[in-house]
Design a protein around this ligand. Structure first.
Ligand code: C2E
Ligand code: MG
Ligand code: MG
Ligand code: MG
Length: 293
């Protein structure tokens, strides 16, 4: 009986599943060590104003520096971190590190914002420390103004016990931290979410941007999202700008901000600083600070 064998119950699965389970267990073990030893790093992808070309900030993207396997990307470990609850300490580290990095930029006179990705599990009432407290403390310890930090959520978060989530998002926003809706249009988009939830910015998923070049439906969807966003007084970010065509298309629609490989790939902290300094030198608008909500 599987029950009798206790912790080894997975031995009754077909071999391929056995392999998947043991791999996941190994990842989980490694991830626990990674949390203790802080084997994480943030890369920063520049976000530009499509109006001026100026860099207004960055999205912080998590990587795991595995001692044997090298750099691991979030799609390979975030879901395991969520299932095991490890996302809570990892997510806390992300928020704290982003605030430390913000502090360094500000010391250099770079008035940039940072957007951090947050998983729905981090926003649960059952967390050890409410996320708004984690954010508030990270801002305070580093003496960073809340307006420079942004929180990216996905639509799936809104499906999970909406009333609690509205409360959590509101408490984040009460600190002065804006909420950005990531990958907009790919989840279970409901226009009523835009009314119910305190959202400041919509990030149009890169799938639509990619499709817009030769698919008229995608192009029209992007247009419609920009119109809806603007009529609700939200700002828009186009994600996944990979070509000049993508960039020009979004500019022609009046989309406010953009990010993607065509502008820059996510960069190491130091390389991001260099990128900003070089870009600012070539930019005609250096003095005027663009505000992103
Ligand atoms: P996301 O938040 O939608 O981030 C954008 C992803 O698209 C990043 O992948 C980025 O490197 C990639 N990307 C940017 N520009 C382009 C482009 O022009 N073309 C293409 N093909 N891709 C582009 P990455 O870094 O692998 O992250 C994947 C996802 O992992 C993120 O999607 C986010 O959902 C999640 N993630 C990243 N960091 C964190 C974190 O700190 N916490 C949590 N909970 N999730 C995170
Ligand atoms: Mg994101
Ligand atoms: Mg995204
Ligand atoms: Mg994504």
């Amino acid at each position: 009986q599987a029950k009798d064998s206790g912790r080894n119950a997975y031995q009754f699965f077909v071999p391929s599943m056995n392999k998947i389970v043991t791999t996941r267990m190994k990842v989980e073990q490694d991830l626990r060590i990674a949390v203790k030893q802080q084997q994480f790093i943030l890369h920063y992808q520049p976000v530009v104003s499509l109006l001026t070309g100026e860099i207004i900030g960055a999205e912080a993207l998590l990587r795991w520096q595995h001692p044997n396997k090298g750099l691991i990307y979030p799609d390979s470990f975030i879901s395991i971190a969520e299932e095991t609850g490890l996302i809570e300490p990892i997510g806390k580290w992300v928020i704290e590190q982003a605030c430390r990095d913000l502090k360094v930029w500000q010391g250099m006179g770079l008035n940039l914002h940072v957007a951090v990705n947050v998983s729905s599990k981090q926003c649960k009432k059952s967390c050890d420390t409410p996320i708004s407290t984690v954010i508030q403390q990270a801002l305070q310890v580093n003496n960073v103004l809340a307006q420079y930090l942004k929180v990216e959520i996905t639509e799936s978060l809104l499906m999970d016990n909406s009333q609690d989530m509205i409360g959590t998002l509101q408490s984040i926003r009460d600190l002065g931290v804006a909420i950005h809706m990531d990958d907009f249009g790919t989840g279970y988009s409901s226009l009523s979410y835009l009314k119910q939830f305190p959202i400041d910015v919509l990030k149009i998923d890169r799938a639509f941007i990619e499709g817009a070049v030769d698919d008229i439906t995608d192009a029209n969807l992007v247009k419609a999202v920009v119109l809806i966003g603007h009529s609700l007084r939200l700002k828009l970010v186009g994600e996944g700008i990979e070509t000049k065509e993508h960039l020009e298309f979004l500019k022609s629609l009046g989309c406010d901000y953009g990010q993607g490989y065509f502008i820059s790939k996510p960069l190491f902290f130091e390389n991001f600083i260099t990128f900003c300094q070089q870009k600012n030198k070539n930019s005609s608008v250096i003095d005027e600070q663009v505000e992103i909500p």
